[in-house]
Design a protein around this ligand. Structure first.
Ligand code: SAM
Ligand code: DTB
Ligand code: SF4
Length: 331
């Protein structure tokens, strides 16, 4: 199966929410800094047109290959450069991964995301296993997403043929702040990986993290690069840093939940038809702050007790959250 080169955006085109790809950084920073009530109002106007039911997609996440990664991403507990590295966990085989996918489907997930702590995909047995996992997840009727670092054109084509729905590769922060976070891979390399994924006809999941010591102009800068991609990434994960002990960012102060609300709302305005995924950091948010994020236009969450190596709210708590907000899981 080959994915269509022009994969449809998540939401149908609303009449008045046209997609732009020429946002200036100043315009975006002005949105981020609007009085909160005005920002929420604008985000809701866009969101209600694109997703009138405020439906939320549930995505389940599993780390297939954990730790021992060659990159030095300052936020990441899986880098071999940090004392936090959770090395020595065996890589999961195809069957246990598919068992987890079946369980996720039974629990109500709609997308199954699989992570590999790699700098890049290499050809060989682990890649063949990845393709089998993708085929198996698709056969269950779930969307399949992979995040595994950089890849070649031919690897992207083989993933597309296996039926991969989305490839996650984040820009993480602004081009200017990036060098303070990662030294082993350039921003340009990230953009090239995104282009390869697009060329293969796989949808893009691409976003970033707040709470890494960046300024307001960096948050606007990240959103500017994302919003000026044409087409927009179909899925935009917005993460709040989970400050893990043993990483260089372990002492970063927690993000103000309202800053996360502002990021989500601005992403929603800039990318009306994309799925905005409220990702890492939800455990640090109150129920009410999470509901504000849903109101601001987040329409997806990671669902399940763990992210890759850190914890996530319990499934029951998330069911209660959606019920309290009066929104339904998607579809
Ligand atoms: N190795 C692959 C890569 O970097 O492309 C895939 C896995 S990586 C863990 C996926 C994304 O998770 C990162 O790009 C980053 O945005 C996010 N992430 C990792 N650690 C995080 C943390 N401690 N807090 C918030 N987000 C995090
Ligand atoms: C994304 O942007 N966030 C997810 C997913 N894509 C792969 C990962 C969050 C990881 C949080 C830290 C951890 O659990 O290791
Ligand atoms: Fe490796 Fe990905 Fe973690 Fe960076 S974010 S250290 S590439 S696993």
């Amino acid at each position: 199966m080959t994915a269509s080169p022009q994969a449809p955006a998540h939401h149908p085109a609303p009449h008045s929410a046209t997609s732009r790809h020429d946002w200036s950084r100043a315009e975006i920073q002005a949105l981020l800094e609007l009085p909160l009530m005005d920002l929420l109002w604008r985000a809701q106007a866009v969101h209600r047109l694109a997703n009138p039911g405020y439906r939320v997609q549930l995505a389940s996440l599993l780390s297939v290959k954990t730790g021992g990664c060659e990159e030095d991403c300052a936020y990441c507990p899986q880098s071999m450069h940090h004392s936090s590295d959770v090395a020595g966990r065996p890589e999961l085989d195809v069957e246990p991964v598919l068992a987890r996918a079946r369980a996720a489907k039974k629990a109500g997930a709609h997308r199954f995301c699989m992570g590999w702590a790699w700098r890049e995909i290499r050809d060989g047995a682990p890649f063949e296993a990845m393709l089998q996992m993708v085929r198996g997840v698709r056969e269950l009727g779930l969307e399949a997403c992979v995040t595994a670092g950089m890849l070649t054109d031919s690897q992207a084509a083989r993933l597309a043929d296996a039926g991969l729905t989305a490839y996650n590769h984040n820009l993480d922060t602004s081009p200017e702040h990036y060098d303070r976070i990662i030294s082993t891979r350039t921003y340009q390399e990230r953009l090239e990986t995104l282009q390869r994924v697009r060329r293969a006809g796989i949808t893009l999941c691409c976003g970033g993290i707040i709470g890494m010591g960046e300024g307001p102009e960096d948050r606007a800068g990240l959103l500017q690069v994302l919003a000026n991609l044409d087409p927009h990434p179909e899925s935009v994960p917005i993460n709040a840093l989970v400050a893990v002990e043993g990483t260089p960012l372990e002492e970063q102060p927690p993000v103000d939940p309202l800053d996360l609300v502002r990021m989500v709302a601005t992403a929603r305005i800039l990318m009306p038809r994309s799925r905005v995924r409220l990702s890492a950091g939800r455990e640090q948010l109150s129920r009410e702050a999470q509901i504000l994020c849903l109101l601001a236009g987040a329409d997806s969450i990671f669902y399940g007790d763990t992210l890759l190596t850190t914890s996530n709210p319990a499934v029951d708590a998330d069911r209660e959250l959606l019920a309290a907000a009066g929104v339904q899981a998607w579809p």
